[in-house]
Each structure stands twice: as C-alpha cells, then as structure tokens.
Design a protein around this ligand. Structure first.
Ligand SMILES: [Zn+2]
Length: 338
C-alpha cells in the first residue's frame, strides 16, 4: 500500500506537477489525525499524534504542522502537490474569517487558525466544526451517500452532531446549529457540562456512562473490566464498555442501554423537527459498541414517535468511522476551492 522508498509511489509519471492531493485533518481534544487523500479521496497515508495538553495555541499549531508533514512524507508527496487542506476542530468556527471560536480545553479562543496554517503551508485552508465535517463526510462518501436530508450524531466524551438539509450542511444563523447534545430531554435531570440540567449529553455521552460506572465502584459493585479506571471517570475508555458487553456483564449492559435509550429520545426530538430520511450514529463509543447500541437507540426513537413518522427515518452506523472527520473536511475544502 504505502511505499516508503525515497521516491515514493506517487512521484513518477505525467501527473508529477499536478496539485491533486488534499489534506484532511481531525483536531481532537486528546489526539489528532492527518490524512492525505488523492483526487478520488483514496487514503494515501495517515498519521496520528497526541494533542499537546498544555493549551498553548502555538504548541498545538506546531504539532498539527509536524503531523501533516509526517503524513506527506509517508505518502512520498511534497507540499507543492497539495491543492488545499480541510481541518475539523472541536469548536464552532467562523468559516469566512477562518477563526476557531472557542475550545476551552485547548486554549483556543477567537484563534485565526486558517491564516496561521496558510502561512505555514502555502495552500488554502478551510475550517469546519468536527461533527459537521464528520456528517458531511458520511453524506458525501459514506453511509449517507445519495441522501438529501440527514443528521449525524457522534458519541464520545461529549455528543456532537451535524445536519444536512436539502443537500447542504445547515450551520444556522451564527454557526451553532446541530447542538443535539444539549437537547433537554429531561427537565431538571442530571447536570450537563454546559451548565443546564437534563441535556442528552448528561445521559448518553461516554462521560455520563463513566459517572454511572463510578457510582457502581463507590457501591463496591465494580465490573471487572472497569477495575483499572476505578473512581476516576476520566480513565474510562470506549474499549472497556465494548469488552464488558462482550463478557455479558449485566451492569455494563445496563449502562450502555441507558445511554442508547436516551439517545433514542434525542433522536425522536430531532426527527419531529427536521424529518430527516437518515440518521447516522458514530463517534468513538458507538463505533466500538456497534449494533447493540444502534438497536436500542432505534427502538427507543420509534417508541417516542408517531408510527408514520417513525417509519420515515432510517438509522445506520457510521461507515467511515475515524475517517469521517478528515474526509468530510477534505471534501469541504476541495468544494470551497473550486
Ligand atoms: Zn448541555
């Protein structure tokens, strides 16, 4: 697949000077992923790295630059053959100005990332909110290919989503559309990280599930797969829930079912408002658990909708998984450059 010889597999032939490669980048809170795509969006190379935890924008930018250059080196491609780059960031973005509005964990506030990266790379750079990019990736090249009205919902430490209406990404009046994680599904329910009570994220995110697991730990009822995380909710990984389910641990199953059931309530609200033909479920946790999560969420959604409406929407798992964000960001960048 990937030839790491000095010349590389892409340096010969008539297309030598064509700028036909696109960078797709997923900047996450804990790790980052750079992918080099060819003209047909085939993956030529990809590199992962840890996101520096100290919240210094200059340090984060350096790490992004190094990861992108490493992926190009692996691909055997020089930067002058890249046509553009798309970056998915965990923040609302000002697309026109190329500004990351706010990622508290990374210390990026009103940060002009487009300008900074264009100065480093010499190619047009486009920013998009990560879950919007992931939804767009599924819409253009994944589970949503050929659809016009759809939503993508991604479950990880938080819950993010993207909405496609009439074949276009819907961003809202100020770019905040699609905050499905903060749909209030139980007024006065558990406290959410956003400061409100009863948000979907406070029930269904991996963080919420980890808090349930910590409650078991404090009652001396800890499933064995959670031993290494103990009472620190930050140490719970999607993989542990996957393992617990495989071992058929009844408490792990209960926690997963509770998350998926409430997800179905959120999905029903979304369907009532938008009438999408498709909902794609993805993100680290759902990618790990797969069909058991989807089936519970779908059954709950159907139970919370009128029969006719319930039949109008299909629910599927993400096809692109961790490539959804880089691929969607690359598609957006290339379409904007045209
Ligand atoms: Zn909230």
């Amino acid at each position: 697949m990937i030839d790491e010889t000095a010349d590389g597999p892409h340096s010969g032939g008539d297309m030598d000077n064509d700028k036909r490669y696109t960078i797709g980048f997923d900047l996450g809170g804990t790790k980052m992923l750079s992918v080099v795509f060819d003209a047909d969006y085939k993956v030529i190379a990809q590199e992962k790295a840890r996101t520096p935890p100290d919240g210094d924008p200059a340090v984060i930018l350096e790490a992004m630059d190094a990861t992108v250059r490493k992926s190009l080196k692996t691909a055997g491609i020089a930067f002058d053959r890249v046509n553009c780059a798309g970056i998915g960031v965990p923040s609302p973005v000002d697309r026109a100005a190329g500004i990351v509005i706010s990622t508290p964990n990374m210390g990026l506030f009103q940060y002009p990332m487009k300008k900074e990266l264009e100065a480093k790379w010499g190619v047009p750079v486009f920013l998009e909110n990560d879950t919007n990019a992931g939804t767009y990736g599924e819409f253009r090249r994944g589970a949503g290919k050929g659809k016009k009205h759809m939503a993508g919902i991604f479950v990880g430490t938080g819950i993010g989503a993207g909405i496609i209406l009439d074949g276009k990404l819907y961003c809202g009046a100020s770019g905040y559309a699609g905050e499905v994680g903060h749909l209030i599904i139980m007024e006065g329910g558990p406290l959410c990280g956003c400061g409100q009570y009863g948000c979907l994220e406070a029930f269904s995110s991996r963080t919420a599930m980890a808090k349930d697991a910590v409650a078991l730990a404090s009652a001396g009822n800890m499933p064995s797969v959670f031993k290494q995380a103990g009472s620190d909710f930050k140490l719970y990984k999607s993989k542990m829930f996957e393992l617990g389910l495989k071992e058929n641990d009844p408490n792990v199953r209960k926690i997963i079912e509770r998350s998926a059931w409430h997800m179905g309530v959120g999905m029903a609200n979304l369907v009532n408002i938008l009438n999408p033909e498709l909902i794609v479920l993805g993100g680290g946790l759902v990618d790990r658990i797969g069909m058991p999560y989807l089936e519970t969420a779908r059954a709950s959604m159907q139970g919370h909708l009128m029969a006719g409406i319930a039949k109008s929407v299909t629910v599927v798992l993400s096809e692109l998984k961790e490539l959804a964000v880089p691929l969607g960001a690359a598609c957006i960048a290339r379409e904007e450059t045209k």
